[in-house]
Design a protein around this ligand. Structure first.
Ligand code: NAD
Length: 487
């Protein structure tokens, strides 16, 4: 299947923080791949803007190096790369000072799509927004893209929303959550709302529970002191896992329109029940000999008394008609057994089994894999082939996007490149709205405040494991099991 490439209008895309890590690893290589796909129209420009002194050629060398490192070899011949670099420019600006802004103002065109990607620390968002306004750079239709973290609690998120709102309308603000840019995540909406098969079963009557897992193998080494100020709840649950939960749990929007979709997600967040200490397990990875001599979390965090979690598991309930009594189990952590992200919708038993083979029977599971190998699998029960009576076995109905959509999977656009193209097109469906982010913090804040007030210490877990033992109990006591974390 060849994917259709929809043309976009010419644009000027400014990447504040264009020389940073995110730009190097994701944004610039992603733009190159979109260029290859024909989505960077001739007169479009990609303008790096950062504090360092550099000229166009210096930045082009930086971009070429990033592409060399993060784009597969077969896709970067010298001639194509040179054509792409012809779109690339650089301006040195200081977000906190006035230097460079007039140069940027001179460079920008008013008659093309303008997008400003804030790939800098959130503490600079307000400064950038204010200067884009004061130097009359941004047009009324200009878009700004802001990176995570969007605040660290409700108050700071509100303050950030208010600051941006001084200079931009909500329709101009694109709060990025790259999980929403994943092919599978969008496919989840297509599967739910473009098929008659699933929706009738998509409720507490037929769904036993849902598991959402985002497991990483890396620790926080290198940025431990920074991570220690947030932890897994703030860094992953409040945004990524919550967004995934919303897409699974939301009602059908009246149409596939940005505000219609985001209204439905917001309703889910508002319907989340408060959760108590018995429904939360927090963990920190251990170090020492069993960790192959690797440092423990508290060593990485450079604080022996740190109570910040590198792992969290939660049992979440949604107080509405559709989901009453169906738990959503969420977990995410560092230094776990495998790098794997999955949403599993586990269906209930058949009402009455006519087969004797109770051992062979398994519940139907719709597994949505976000990484690695994006795809969906629906497990169904069939008869085990051959003689020997009616024995049951489970087979996967597999839909691997990599195979279905591209020769080797490399044609699937990365989440960032897809989202950047949505910005250029002016489509906010896959971006978080300000009220959504605030609602998510409003649910998260009291949970964090409660464990801080109790002085809870996270449980230790071994690197390479599935997390703390207590997390197993979270499901065991409900007569359920976590799915295995595997690539
Ligand atoms: P980084 O530290 O690697 O890069 C920061 C960039 O900002 C540099 O280009 C630097 O020149 C520029 N900068 C710093 N101060 C400036 C100033 N006063 N004026 C103008 N430019 C200035 O950071 P990063 O890792 O690229 O992250 C950027 C943003 O993206 C942060 O908000 C981060 O939380 C977020 N983010 C990063 C990643 C990632 O994988 N790196 C992932 C998700 C979100």
């Amino acid at each position: 299947m060849v994917s259709r490439v929809i043309p976009v209008d010419p644009f000027d895309l400014v990447i504040f923080g264009g020389t940073g890590d995110l730009a190097r690893r994701k944004i610039l290589p992603g733009l190159y791949r979109r260029f290859l796909a024909g989505q960077v129209p001739d007169s479009s420009r990609i303008i790096g803007a950062a504090r360092g002194e550099m000229d166009d050629d210096g930045f082009r060398a930086f971009v070429a190096e990033a592409i060399g490192e993060f784009v597969s070899e077969g896709k970067r011949d010298g001639e194509t790369l040179a054509r792409f670099l012809g779109h690339v420019h650089y301006v040195s600006v200081d977000a906190k000072g006035d230097g460079g802004w007039k140069d940027l103002a001179r460079l920008m065109r008013k008659d093309v799509v303008q997008a400003f990607y804030f790939s800098v620390a959130p503490s600079l968002f307000g400064d950038l927004a204010e200067r884009l306004h004061r130097f009359r750079i941004a047009t009324e239709t200009a878009r700004i893209v802001v990176e995570k973290p969007f605040g660290r609690d409700l108050d700071s998120a509100r303050a950030l929303n208010a600051t941006l709102a001084e200079h931009f309308t909500e329709h101009q603000i694109y709060r990025i959550d790259h999980y929403l840019g994943k092919e599978t995540v969008q496919n989840l909406m297509a599967v739910r709302f473009a098929n008659i098969l699933f929706e009738p079963l998509w409720n507490a009557r037929h769904v036993d529970h849902v598991q959402i897992t985002v497991a990483e193998t890396v620790g926080v080494g290198g940025r431990g002191a920074y991570y220690d100020k947030s932890g897994a709840m703030r860094d992953m649950v409040q945004n990524h896992l919550m967004q995934l939960l919303c897409l699974i749990a939301m009602e059908a929007p009246y149409r596939f329109d940005p505000d219609a979709v985001r209204d439905e997600k917001l309703k889910v967040i508002r319907a989340l029940k408060e959760i108590g200490p018995e429904d939360i397990v927090r963990g920190q990875y251990r170090g020492g000999p069993r960790a192959g001599g690797e440092p423990s979390y508290v060593e990485d965090a450079e604080d022996p008394a740190s109570k910040t979690e590198s792992y969290i598991a939660l049992k979440v309930q949604i107080a509405n008609w559709r989901w009453k009594g169906t738990p959503f189990y969420l977990r995410t952590g560092k230094k776990l057994r495998a790098r794997a992200s999955e949403i599993a919708v586990v269906f209930k038993e058949v009402p009455h089994s006519i087969f004797d083979d109770e051992e062979g029977w398994r519940e139907n599971v719709l597994s949505i894999r976000l990484q690695p190998n994006e795809g969906m699998t629906l497990s169904v029960m069939i008869k085990e082939p051959g003689p020997g009576g009616m024995r049951l076995t489970e087979v996967p109905l597999d839909m691997s996007f990599a195979e279905a959509l591209g020769e080797d999977g490399t044609d699937i656009p990365d989440a960032y490149e897809r989202l950047i193209m949505d910005v250029i097109r002016g489509n906010q469906t896959l971006f978080m709205r300000g009220d959504e982010v605030e609602a998510a913090w409003a649910w998260t804040d009291p949970i964090i405040a409660a464990w801080e007030a109790r002085g809870d210490k996270p449980k230790g877990y071994d690197p390479g494991s599935s997390g703390p033992e207590d997390a197993l109990m979270l499901l065991h006591r409900d007569g359920r099991r976590w799915r295995e974390i595997r690539e």
